[in-house]
Design a protein around this ligand. Structure first.
Ligand SMILES: C[S@@+](CC[C@H](N)C(=O)[O-])C[C@H]1O[C@@H](n2cnc3c(N)ncnc32)[C@H](O)[C@@H]1O
Length: 346
């Protein structure tokens, strides 16, 4: 068992680890090492970096398990390091570039202040506007953000499909992924269920880079439409809705607005599948409880328990059905159906 003092020390150096990883990904060290072992100075020359500093960075990355270092100072990628390459099918490069990049790094420094005053989120304090306005208004950040969402999805889609289980969607003909980004999740569901047609709803700038959209890449473009719009104002009609990492961006009142808008557009008998990091009971540690602090820093949202999602459903014309958890990752799927008439309070 780890000594309690060691736990403190390892936590103190947590940011050093993630910044070391960020620098390696940002500078392209993982791409440069792809083919096999390389000397640090060859990597440095290839990337126009300082040789001595590159060696020190690679040595630290090896110490963290992302590379191996040989006595001749040549380095090779480990399996963990290969996830930082952009050509890995479940690449996490986009995630580290977003979460340890300058905006999110700076947003976190407001945490103590936010806990003291409970006011606006750290991103807004730091950058003067909320995250999604910054995504639309800053070309570089928008690209990094959308790449990260796809990067998260590359791992999470499998967790979602597992948590969905062999759920029979025979009664569903049309599916809408609200805030669906580039459509990785929706297109994966369309690929699994060939009878379905689907719509990805997201803000217009999300679709600007056509090559990043998944429908054609997954061969489902004849059954998938991308619709630019604002989910607070209008949502396409469908038999079922997906919302992955959308409700956690918003406070309760905003979630009720989104869910009510979907309820207003939904076809008779519609179902809702909410994929999130769902907070577990007090005794059980879960990544959701840490990600919740991240949401406090970058948005007005939070991570919630299944019961808290149930309460949001009740206020917006939906009825909680159940929550299913992936066996190999932190994603859960909370399902709702249209509440009986008269059960709507919001
Ligand atoms: C945290 S991302 C999740 C993306 C995607 N569902 C996923 O899991 O990869 C939230 C998404 O909501 C979209 N979004 C934010 N505000 C929106 C709005 N008002 N209308 C539609 N989409 C919105 C963002 O552009 C972004 O793609």
């Amino acid at each position: 068992m780890t000594h309690p003092k060691q736990t403190v020390l390892e936590t103190i150096s947590g940011r050093w680890r993630s910044q070391t990883l960020y620098a390696g990904a940002r500078l392209g060290l993982f791409e440069a090492l792809g083919g096999g072992a390389s000397a640090a100075e060859d990597v440095a020359d290839q990337l126009y970096l300082n040789r001595r500093a590159t060696y020190r960075l690679m040595r630290a990355l090896a110490c963290l398990g992302f590379m191996t270092e040989s006595p001749d100072k040549s380095f090779a990628l480990t399996e963990a390091g290969s996830y930082l390459r952009s050509d890995h099918p479940e690449s996490l490069r986009g995630v580290v570039l977003l979460e340890e990049g300058p905006e999110h790094y700076a947003a976190w420094k407001h945490l103590s202040e936010m806990v003291r005053d409970g006011g606006e989120n750290g991103f807004q304090r730091e950058l003067g506007r909320p995250l999604f306005l910054h995504v639309a208004g800053d070309e570089r950040y928008g690209r990094v953000f959308n790449e990260a969402m796809t990067s998260y999805s590359a791992s999470e889609t499998a967790m979602f499909l597992e948590a969905l289980g062999g759920r029979d969607l025979a009664d569903v003909k049309t599916l809408c992924d609200v805030g669906g980004g580039h459509g990785h999740l929706l297109c994966s569901v369309l690929a699994r269920y060939p009878h379905l047609r689907g719509t990805v709803l997201d803000l217009a700038p999300t679709f600007e880079n056509e090559r990043a959209l998944w429908a054609r890449r997954m061969g489902v473009e004849s059954r998938c439409a991308y619709v630019a719009g604002d989910m607070f104002k209008q949502v396409p009609a469908a038999d079922a809705y997906l919302l992955k990492h959308v409700l956690h961006d918003w406070n309760d009142a905003e979630c009720v607005q989104i869910l009510s808008r979907i309820r207003g557009a939904a076809n008779d008998g519609a179902r809702l599948f909410v994929a999130e990091f769902v907070v577990t009971d007090a005794a059980t540690p879960h990544f959701a409880k840490l990600f919740d602090i991240h949401m406090m820093c970058v948005s007005s949202g939070e991570e919630r328990t299944a019961a808290e999602y149930g309460a949001l459903f009740e206020k917006s014309g939906w009825r909680y059905v159940d929550a299913r958890h992936s066996s190999f990752g932190p994603i859960s799927v909370v399902e709702a159906e249209i509440a009986a008439q008269g059960a709507r309070h919001g």
